[in-house]
Design a protein around this ligand. Sequence first.
Ligand code: COA
Length: 169
Amino acid sequence: MSRPILPAIDPSCIFSYHIRWITPRDIPAVVAIESASFSRPWTEADFRRALRHRDTITMVATSPKDDALLGFVVYRLSAKELEILNLAVGPAHRRKQVGSALMGKLYYKLGSHRRERLMVDVRESNTLAQVFFRACGMKCVSVVRGMYEAGDGDGERAEDGYRFEGRAG
Ligand SMILES: CC(C)(COP(=O)(O)OP(=O)(O)OC[C@H]1O[C@@H](n2cnc3c(N)ncnc32)[C@H](O)[C@@H]1OP(=O)(O)O)[C@@H](O)C(=O)NCCC(=O)NCCS
């Protein structure tokens, strides 16, 4: 951990939780958090597929008290950036800096892997996530029209994606 993270995240939150690589045993708890967090959740097969990709990494945040799984992040490493593909915290554990701890860990990784930036795409309708990523020092840098396909629901339309970018301090 050699580079400083953005001042937006209090580094101490990273040490309040255990953050480690996912193991196959964690998948049911991760899928439960995912289902409680998104209207179109990833399935267990999606997580297992992500686990098989060499450039895609999943980390989980657990409670130091009882090792309960509190949240997770899935990200992809490319030559210049680290892209968040999925991130969620269990509803009962939100607003306790678990998400910030995961983000702080990613900023440290950015520095140690010599990547320039952290990227994430967020649905236009997910305003809470937009507030969260801004609170973690990221900025909206572009809008991708119709990035998310319409679902089967009545009157649903394709949704724009907001691309957020963060850089290590
Ligand atoms: C977005 C999410 C990951 C945030 O996780 P979290 O652990 O609750 O976030 P933190 O406690 O670290 O919050 C950090 C800051 O973000 C902002 N924030 C987070 N949740 C917020 C909310 N519900 N309302 C307003 N601001 C919020 C605040 O500024 C907060 O700091 P504060 O608590 O000191 O005011 C969580 O709400 C979640 O899992 N949402 C559903 C899944 C999702 O949308 N994921 C992101 C898209 S990939």
